[in-house]
Design a protein around this ligand. Structure first.
Ligand code: GLN
Ligand code: ZN
Length: 772
């Protein structure tokens, strides 16, 4: 690294004259950390299992950080985010930095174990709650603030990583989550979250002094909470925080980073403070708004033109136009990503199975880093300096636009011809009569959400098929054995509506994406979802078609084994989109309708094969809800419309179920009624059935199965406990509409737990049934 040290020789302590001499030209807002081959996942899981010691884990982390920084520096990034590494989560890291871990972990001696206890819990300690990071698929841990919280600065992690980076000659820009976002995203059991600003801002001030001592020129303070709707008081508080921090005389230059949307009025508030720089998301946010904001001529703007959330290659011409417009207005401009690269896979290298055309349209993390550097070169030295790259970018855009797979005329004609009648069914009461006589179920019918435990046998069979050790026929034989087993179990338990158990599904989205035309799967496109958990989202690139039925064989096999109705399980259009990388050349609404049509065709085939109950899961309905209230009703309209398109093609006698989970449903409760599903099973065990009152408040009068026990815990609920939940539910819902089911699918549970829990659930249903 000797050469690099000289290269970045400005790491002295000379006082720069103005922002402009300080300003960097090319950066990213953050980096993935799970490891190009999921090294960190493997290491932390080995540590948890007791097979790796703390120092070995630390050294895996150090090695990953070095590789991340080296790649950035080598590509020409001249300000490198540091402290975006984490053993679990950046919000948890911030809680540690501010001394805000919950009291209940304080008895654990080792700092690392205390950290993991807060993240995952122990046999005796409950973990922090986890929830979605804005509208992404990343989940963060929700810090808890109580009257007992005593904030103190613990800067060891950030200072350590800064020292490590500086020692390697990296032009480090430490990144921390800002006080406004930290508090707004925390759970506060006493005052309004921002009432704690006076407790934490002095700690940030202290931190800035310590960072200045290290010699770093910039600090990045992330405030993504500012892209959601904020009250005038919150904006005022934000302004005052950054006035206070900017007024410190011993500190690095401050870059306040926003991402996932437009800053709106918060931009003016920030511009009026003394911070040197602001990072703006120009993919999800608006360039016009930034350009029109008075005062940006005094700021260094990190222009997020490269999409950190999606996988498409950038249109370099468009990005350059934006950058040049901004350069004419802002004090200075750096090319940046719209958000951290945490949300995209590491690299296209090694994706050898990808269709070459598709590959040329894509950019994962490494490719995006090079795009940033390329654009910075053009901003500095003119377009001619990147002539080759411009030509390649244009060529890729042209082949993409003209690829026939992106425009299937038959599908488009079908969609264009749709009328409202394809999105509506006979009124619900008439359907209920038809379904009652078709299915003749008892009162308080019992069912499950779809999946049964993913056994070792299932995993072994799937791996063997992938490696070619067994053929398709043997794989089918083994899956059928699993189905037969699960059907027999359900018969034995006395459940009323059975399922096949979903053994053949690796993942509820991937399973369908693999069978649709218009999706591609990656070999190694892993993205961190939370902690050590990674997902490999499929890429939606073209018009969606269902070449053949996807579920019929499995479901009809299950149905052949029993006289009870077997409920088929499909995944809904919104959830498929939410857990995929999506097209950026058409609206989500259009993509959703295409998927909905394919699912509708599947429901028709299921019906023909004799299936009388079909569940279309939409657990991610809440996930894609836009951050700003003004955008939410348009979203809910198309999301509900797509669900109805998918489910309105069946006869009145066919019962449509849906399943929702993972959220407080507050903002989407009206939409749930709009789905018009005959039965909705919904996560409720942890919220004490409150969701039923919320549903009543919006006039919901369809079937509902509030989860009667929490499947996220290995604990087996007693008959009394479940009966108690059912009686509570009957306070809100008449017996004719109430279904009995667990909270969610059972695939993560062990077989013995499932059997005991369901036995108690069925017993409780019988008990309460007898009372009605
Ligand atoms: N049918 C799916 C299952 O039972 C639903 C999963 C989910 O809600 N996330 O696993
Ligand atoms: Zn669920």
């Amino acid at each position: 690294y000797a050469g690099r040290c000289r290269w970045f020789g400005w790491r002295g302590h000379e006082q720069p004259e103005s922002n402009v001499t300080l300003a960097f030209t090319a950066t990213v807002l953050g980096s993935p950390r799970i490891g190009p081959r999921r090294e960190l996942k493997k290491a932390v899981e080995s540590y948890w299992a007791g097979n790796l010691d703390a120092s070995a884990l630390e050294s895996v982390g150090r090695d990953l950080r070095r590789r991340t920084w080296t790649e950035l520096v080598d590509a020409g990034i001249d300000s490198v985010p540091v402290n975006t590494f984490s053993f679990y989560d950046q919000m948890l890291d911030t809680a540690v930095m501010l001394g805000a871990l919950p009291e209940r972990v304080s008895g654990i001696d080792s700092e690392l174990d205390r950290y993991f206890a807060a993240a995952r819990g122990t046999t005796t300690i409950a973990p922090l709650e986890m929830t979605k990071w804005f509208d992404t698929n990343y989940h963060y841990l929700v810090p808890e603030i109580t009257p007992a919280s005593r904030f103190t600065l613990n800067a060891a992690k950030v200072l350590g990583e800064v020292e490590e980076a500086l020692a390697l000659g990296v032009p480090a820009r430490p990144v921390v989550i800002g006080p406004v976002t930290f508090l707004l995203l925390s759970k506060s059991d006493d005052r309004a979250p921002l009432d704690h600003l006076d407790d934490v801002v002095p700690l940030y001030a202290e931190l800035l002094g310590l960072l200045a001592d290290t010699g770093v020129k910039w600090v990045q303070i992330d405030e993504p909470a500012l892209v959601a709707d904020r009250t005038a008081a919150e904006l005022e508080a934000t302004r005052s925080v950054y006035d206070r921090l900017a007024a410190l005389n011993h500190r690095p230059a401050i870059l306040v980073a926003s991402y996932f949307g437009d800053l709106g009025d918060a931009l003016t508030a920030l511009v009026e403070t003394g911070v040197e720089g602001i990072a703006v998301d120009l993919v999800a946010g608006s360039l016009d708004h930034v350009v029109a904001t008075p005062g940006i001529e005094g700021k260094h703007i990190a222009a997020g033109v490269i999409d950190g959330r999606n996988v498409w290659r950038s249109d370099l011409d468009g990005s350059l136009t934006a950058l040049e417009t901004l350069r004419d207005r802002a004090g200075s401009v750096a090319v940046s990503t719209s958000c951290s690269l945490l949300h995209v896979p590491y690299t296209l290298d090694g994706e050898n199975g990808l269709d070459p055309a598709l590959r040329s349209w894509l950019a994962f993390g490494s490719e995006k880093i090079r795009e940033v550097a390329t654009l910075a070169t053009a901003v500095r030295s003119g377009h001619a300096a990147i002539g080759d790259q411009l030509a390649q970018s244009r060529a890729a855009a042209e082949t993409r636009a003209s690829d026939p797979r992106l425009h299937d005329n038959a599908i488009r004609a079908r969609l264009a011809a749709l009328t409202d009648s394809e999105r509506s069914r006979t009124p619900a009461p008439d359907r209920r009569t038809a379904q009652d006589s078709e299915l003749s179920l008892p009162k308080l019918p019992t069912t499950t959400i779809g999946s049964y435990p993913q056994t070792t046998a299932i995993r072994v069979a799937r791996a063997a098929l992938r490696k070619g050790e067994i053929g398709q026929a043997e794989y089918v034989r083994r899956m059928r054995a699993e189905i037969a087993d699960v059907v027999a179990l359900q018969e034995d338990l006395g459940l009323d509506v059975l399922v096949h158990g979903e053994p053949e599904r690796n993942d509820m989205v991937q399973y369908f994406a693999e069978q649709f035309d218009g999706f591609f799967a990656t070999a190694n496109g892993w993205v961190q979802s939370y902690g050590s958990r990674c997902v490999r989202p499929p890429i939606l690139y073209g018009d969606v078609r269902r070449p053949k039925p996807m579920t019929i064989e499995w479901i009809s096999y299950a149905q052949s084994l029993t006289d009870k109705p077997v409920k088929a399980i499909l995944t809904g259009p919104v959830t498929i989109l939410a857990w995929s990388f999506v097209r950026d050349d058409q609206s989500l609404a259009e993509s959703a309708d295409q998927i909905a049509l394919a699912i509708r065709d599947e429901t028709a085939d299921l019906e023909t094969s004799g299936v009388r109950v079909i569940q279309v899961d939409e657990p991610a309905l809440r996930e894609l809800l836009p951050l700003r209230a003004a955008d939410q009703s348009a979203y809910l309209d198309w999301a509900v419309g797509a669900f109805r398109l998918a489910t309105s093609g069946v006869a009145d006698t066919t019962a449509i179920h849906t399943h929702l989970c993972y959220s407080e449903f507050g903002d989407v409760i009206g939409a749930i009624a709009g789905l018009d599903a005959d039965v909705t099973s919904i996560e409720a065990a942890r919220s004490h059935m409150e969701v039923l009152d919320d549903l009543n408040a919006v006039g919901f009068d369809l079937g509902v199965g509030p989860g009667v026990y929490d499947i996220h815990s290995p604990r087996v609920p007693s008959v009394d406990e479940i009966a108690g939940s059912l009686r509570a539910a009957l306070g809100a819902v008449p017996a004719e509409r109430l279904w009995v089911n667990p909270d969610c699918g059972l695939k993560t549970r062990r077989r013995a737990e499932v059997e005991s829990s369901l036995r108690n659930m069925v017993d409780a249903a019988h008990l309460v049934r007898a009372e009605h």
